[in-house]
Design a protein around this ligand. Structure first.
Ligand SMILES: Nc1nc2c(ncn2[C@@H]2O[C@H](COP(=O)(O)OP(=O)(O)OP(=O)(O)O)[C@@H](O)[C@H]2O)c(=O)[nH]1
Ligand SMILES: [Mg+2]
Length: 195
């Protein structure tokens, strides 16, 4: 049988949640710029160039909707903490992301990506606190796990979990480059989307 999410395809970009139609269920990826959101989407879909990846932070600038199965969406959002733009533009982005996250009744899970090597930043913690205050379902995904030395991996998992007040097993550890944890996350996303 084909892998779930193998058929993910780009449908639309929007700058405002009000431009989006209805769907059966959706999940979204959030996280700071450059944390690996678009790369993770590509890894889940096994499609290298589905979502645009870049070494320059701020690559994803709009709400990007990808479709899988009948009416199931995976949504790639612009990263936060990309501070080089004008303040007005930054505020617009926050409004766009916040508007999307609070405006979708079909949103089943917000995957919050944190860098496995760096650990949660102040902005990550602020975002998580905000999602909790909005009662949004969230799941932490530690990205770029390949960058953590194997000798340090267990301790790093424990340390990252501790900062987040979680158990190490509550966090999905993934590497889009090496494929670590991708299959499990793919199954989890498929389940959330009733696939
Ligand atoms: N080593 C390693 N690098 C990764 C991994 N995933 C992503 N990267 C790199 O991290 C950089 C940013 O990746 P993106 O996927 O564009 O990050 P993003 O979160 O979508 O960034 P914005 O769209 O700017 O918010 C790129 O240079 C990727 O090649 C990974 O699993 N391991
Ligand atoms: Mg991106």
């Amino acid at each position: 049988m084909a892998q779930p999410l193998h058929d993910l395809r780009f449908v639309t970009s929007a700058s405002d949640v009000r431009q989006l139609g209805v769907c059966h269920a959706e999940v979204a990826f959030v996280g700071r710029s450059n944390v690996g959101k678009s790369s993770l989407l590509n890894a889940l879909a096994q499609h290298k160039q589905l979502a645009r990846v870049s070494k320059t932070p701020g690559r994803t600038r709009l709400i990007n909707v990808f479709l899988t199965g009948p009416d199931r969406w995976v949504v790639d959002l612009p990263g936060y903490g990309f501070a080089t733009g004008p303040a007005a533009e930054k505020a617009k982005w926050e409004e766009m992301i916040g508007g999307y996250l609070t405006g979708r009744a079909s949103l089943r899970m917000v995957f919050v990506l944190v860098d496995a090597e760096v650990g949660p930043t102040k902005l990550d913690l602020q975002t998580i606190g905000w999602l909790q205050s909005e009662d949004l379902p969230l799941r932490i995904v530690a990205t770029k796990a390949d960058k953590v030395k194997p000798s340090r991996a267990l301790a790093q998992r424990r340390d990252v979990a501790k900062v987040l007040n979680l158990l190490p097993e509550d966090i999905a550890w993934v590497s889009s480059d090496k494929g670590t944890g991708i299959q499990d996350l793919r199954r989890e996303v498929a389940g959330l989307l009733d696939l």
